[in-house]
Design a protein around this ligand. Structure first.
Ligand code: AMP
Length: 481
């Protein structure tokens, strides 16, 4: 099972092309173990951390195996948080971009009706949080008859968040003839029981790489009294002068305090915790990803699964309550080939908690001194300079994959009896354009969106200004988003 090259997996050209644009040159360890087995429809229990490439380990085989023509969903991916659902949907969409895989994300706190509408369209993959997925199942808005794959991502976190019963109820609704893959950083008893009960002789895969490597992440510890943490935080950030930094706090209240302090000191920063509106949470994540600000102050909400390129420094402003959380937090940096640093602030009473973390990660976190006044003074000017400049994000995968894609908006849809084939038939007849240049088509009641690939957007836009679809003249324009 150790084919070392994406070429060895019999992937179609459309998938290989996406991997190429995403710059996935060689499979990671978890991908080498999972991809070939998933393509044989084996049931798998995979112990692995985020940051190891696990999303693509199931995303690649799913995108490969999906029958494009089928209208009903063929894979369900369950995630514990809404942020992760959105992230996984994005990863799957990117991998399946050139095969025109349509992935939908469904999660709580977003209007049900909007998701219901989306699910009425052709949808290959549904990614969602258990509660909302169950809701859709119960209300008959999510068809299950074609589900061939169930992926349970971050299963241990599902358990921590009390979702395990909902996960079980969902499993019971699914066709028995499916492949199930469970991904989890740890395998608590309840997760194992679930696997035992509902999986067919699953293969256990244990990816040793915990993501907690001293080779890519430098771990440091600074001892500090609670009342001196803020000033230590400022000193550390000046001396480290990170390109991008996540500061983790234990509670919402601490996040608010730290955020206010940094904001007042003119740090380009934002905050993220469960008390914020969902839209604001997404906006903050997106802003951090695209480099609008350098400092993110967050509770553990942001620690799980979220893929942000190039976080150079993680600061544990508070020692995490759970040892696993240390791994998730620090795993935000040093991702796939990058180097990172994780600095933990610990007050004199936190020895016990630290011991438990150190036992878990298998090494002692080296203690360093707080930066002294001289060090801070000598780096202040460089720090101030960087603070006023924008962060450059070098590796926005989604942007790269969408580079040659233009979304067109047509002012007609179902009410005019227009179907996807009508768009394909018309657009593929434009000189120099073929069906391969047409991406995802979304048809709503009175409007439609058509993605045009391969840099052919302008040609199609121009041609469609003077072409009818099914004998009807529609207004066409470049879609705003
Ligand atoms: P994950 O463990 O799914 O959170 O993935 C961690 C990061 O690795 C993400 O930024 C992925 O886009 C990236 N990644 C996944 N597979 C590969 C690969 N084969 N080569 C390089 N980067 C990858």
């Amino acid at each position: 099972m150790s084919k070392r090259n994406f070429e060895d997996y019999n992937l179609s050209d459309t998938i290989k092309r996406a991997l190429d644009v995403l710059k996935y040159e060689n499979p990671t360890e978890v991908q080498r173990e999972v991809i070939p087995r998933a393509m044989e429809n084996e049931d798998l229990v995979v112990k692995s951390q985020t940051g190891t490439g696990k999303t693509a380990s199931f995303g690649i085989p799913i995108c490969q195996m999906i029958e494009w023509e089928e209208k009903n969903p063929q894979a369900i991916i369950l995630t514990p948080t809404r942020e992760l659902a959105v992230q996984v949907r994005e990863d799957v969409t990117n991998i399946g971009r050139f095969k025109r895989i349509k992935a939908a994300a469904v999660y709580g706190k977003e209007p049900f009706a909007r998701q219901k509408e989306e699910l009425k369209q052709k949808t290959h993959v549904v990614v969602g949080t258990p509660g909302r997925v169950m809701d859709h199942i119960e209300r008959g808005t999510l068809a299950l008859d074609q589900i061939n794959y169930l992926i349970i991502d971050e299963a241990d976190e599902m358990l921590n968040m009390g979702f395990i019963n909902e996960v079980e109820s969902i499993i019971k609704e699914l066709p028995a003839n499916r492949a199930t893959m469970v991904f989890s950083a740890t395998l608590p008893k309840d997760v194992e029981n679930l696997c035992y009960k509902y999986m067919k002789n699953p293969t256990h895969i244990d990816i040793e790489d915990t993501g907690i490597t001293t080779s890519t992440i430098q771990h440091k510890l600074i001892e500090v009294k609670n009342e001196e943490k803020i000033s230590l935080l400022k000193d550390v950030t000046v001396v480290e002068n990170p390109d991008s930094c996540i500061i983790f706090c234990r509670t919402k209240e601490h996040v608010d305090i730290v955020f206010t302090e940094l904001d007042q000191a003119n740090y380009p920063c934002q905050r993220l915790h469960g008390g914020l509106e969902q839209d604001d949470r997404f906006a903050v994540m997106e802003g951090f990803k695209t480099g609008e600000f350098r400092y993110l102050v967050a509770t553990d909400v942001a620690a799980r699964g979220i893929d942000i390129d190039n976080v150079t420094l993680v600061i544990n402003y508070d020692v995490p309550m759970e040892k696993e959380s240390y791994v998730h937090r620090t795993g935000r940096t040093g991702r796939v080939g990058n180097k990172g640093k994780a600095i933990t602030f610990a007050n004199p009473n936190e020895g016990k908690k630290l011991n438990s973390i150190e036992r878990y990660i298998g090494f002692e976190i080296p203690v360093i001194e707080a930066p002294n006044r001289q060090e801070v003074a000598s780096t202040q000017a460089t720090f101030d300079e960087k603070l006023s400049g924008r962060r450059i994000v070098k590796n926005n995968k989604t942007e790269r994959i969408n580079k040659d894609i233009m979304k067109l908006h047509f002012n007609g849809g179902k009410k005019k009896k227009i179907r996807a084939v009508d768009f394909v038939g018309t657009i593929a007849k434009i000189p120099g354009v073929s069906a391969d240049d047409i991406g995802i088509i979304t048809i709503k009641d009175s409007l439609s969106y058509v993605d045009i690939l391969n840099g052919k957007g302008s040609v199609v836009l121009q041609a469609m200004e003077n072409t009818t679809i099914k004998g009807k003249k529609l207004k066409v324009s470049k879609a705003i988003k």
